[in-house]
Design a protein around this ligand. Structure first.
Ligand code: HEM
Length: 415
């Protein structure tokens, strides 16, 4: 049943989802109102949104949509090109990663790294993920902030292990990566971009040094393999090598953090489901997919129209962005039966949380493996896992695209 909303109501729902603590904590009833209102709509600020599962799939897959040229990004900030380049030297597109590319460049670069992230390769990595998770959990007893101590600490160690970045360097990079991912947001304020650009330079400097070391002393890690490709042929330039390594490091970091944090919160909110998983660990794959669906670590994705196109009744001009609300698609009753029930045995379709089409998350098998190992180890090593917050629910971080908690205090009792 379609519920017509006025533009003011549309804007106010969007404002709540994007800007208010209540909306960030529980955007789902608001998404439902928007999703049932119409398949696509334009807010008064001009942004176009879609929120139904099949429609998000379509936008992310149709080749008439793509990644925008960063060429005119300064216009969005009312700066001239020169002012922009002075403020963000190096931000001229040379170091764009595959995430911001269209074919054929995207195809070329993605192919080079795809082999490292197949379910089979990731399967071989599982013992390492178990070891790293155990190392983190060894120190846990009593009340622990799971975000700081586990969800932020582990994913960077795992990708560090794959790339061959030493643990101590991972720890140094963690706060930098956290500021750098601000560029994933829709339109971050300039001050945030300044901090992100500084952080990106710091990360690049670390990797430039590490690459120089690996050139002289190659090992068998992913970084050495990529350096080999860069040195032997015309498949990967030096700038693309740096951009790829930074992307791999950044893309799997706060996203997987949010899978662990949001997933654990969902479990604590549904103790019967947590017990069910404790009793039957064969449910781990469906449970982790349900955590991804229930409270998606990435709420919004977007594409730029590469030509004028009718988006489900909304006229969109070439160059305009269309935002796909992944968190909304995950609760679309057209796709998921009883979508507002949290069910660790759920079958019937993958969540939209990893996007779709040619940019579908390269790290999805790795993220799923990390999620499964973390919840398996938590249940194995602790006989009780309970909320350790008072009347106030744990706060959400203030971001639009990435969706996760600032902290999550939990009381752990050793098994
Ligand atoms: C739960 C954790 C994760 C979530 C929710 C997630 C989500 C996403 C989404 C939504 C996209 C698509 C972006 C777009 O359409 O433009 C994406 C792309 C990507 N993700 Fe993930 N991600 C996660 C973990 C990881 C991990 C662990 C890695 C690996 C290190 C990774 C690497 C990438 C890369 C390289 C891309 C770009 C692919 C391309 O442009 O072709 N992600 N991810």
């Amino acid at each position: 049943v379609s519920t017509p909303l006025t533009t003011i109501e549309l804007d106010s729902l969007l404002g709540e989802i994007l800007m208010t603590p209540e909306g960030k904590a529980d955007p789902y009833p608001r998404y439902a109102a928007l999703r049932e209102h119409s398949p696509a709509f334009r807010s008064s600020l001009g942004l176009v949104f879609v929120g139904r599962y099949d429609d998000c799939q379509w936008v992310l897959r149709d080749p008439r949509f793509g990644k925008s040229a960063v060429d005119a990004i300064w216009e969005r900030y009312h700066l001239s090109e020169q002012e922009w380049l002075e403020r963000f030297p190096g931000f001229d597109g040379r170091r764009r990663s595959m995430l911001g590319m269209n074919p054929p460049d995207h195809t070329r670069i993605r192919k080079l790294v795809a082999k490292a992230f197949t379910p089979k390769t990731v399967g071989n990595l599982r013992p390492d993920i178990v070891r790293l998770t155990n190392e983190v959990l060894d120190g846990f007893d009593g009340v622990v902030d799971v975000i700081a101590e586990l969800a932020l600490a582990l994913p960077i160690r795992v990708i560090g292990e794959m790339l061959g970045v030493p643990g101590s360097t991972c720890d140094e990079l963690q706060p930098l990566v956290r500021s750098a991912v601000a560029t994933l947001e829709l339109e971050p304020p300039l001050e945030q971009l300044d901090a992100a650009a500084d952080a990106a330079r710091g990360i690049a400097a670390h990797f430039e040094e590490l690459i120089a070391q690996r050139r002289t002393n190659p090992t068998d890690d992913l970084l050495s393999q990529l350096i080999h490709v860069e040195e032997h042929g015309d498949q990967l330039s030096y700038d693309e090598l740096i951009a790829t390594v930074i992307l791999l490091f950044g893309a799997g970091f706060e996203t997987t953090t949010n899978l662990i944090g949001n997933g654990l919160l969902a479990m604590l909110d549904h103790p019967d489901q947590f017990e069910r998983l404790r009793d039957d660990r064969s449910l781990l794959p469906s449970a982790v997919d349900e955590m991804l669906r229930w409270d998606s670590p990435v709420q919004l994705d977007s594409r730029t129209a590469l030509e004028d196109i009718d988006v489900l009744g909304v006229a969109v001009e070439a160059g305009e962005n269309v935002i796909t609300m992944l968190g909304s698609a995950n609760r679309d009753p057209r796709k998921f039966t009883d979508p507002d029930a949290f069910d660790v045995t759920r079958e019937g379709g993958a969540p939209m949380s990893f996007g779709a089409g040619i940019h579908y998350c390269l790290g999805a098998p790795l993220a799923r493996a990390e999620g499964q190992v973390v919840f398996d180890r938590l249940l194995e090593r602790f006989s009780a896992i309970e909320p350790a917050w008072g009347d106030e629910r744990p706060p959400h971080r203030d971001s639009l695209v990435l969706h996760g908690l600032e902290s999550l205090p939990v009381r752990l009792t050793r098994a």
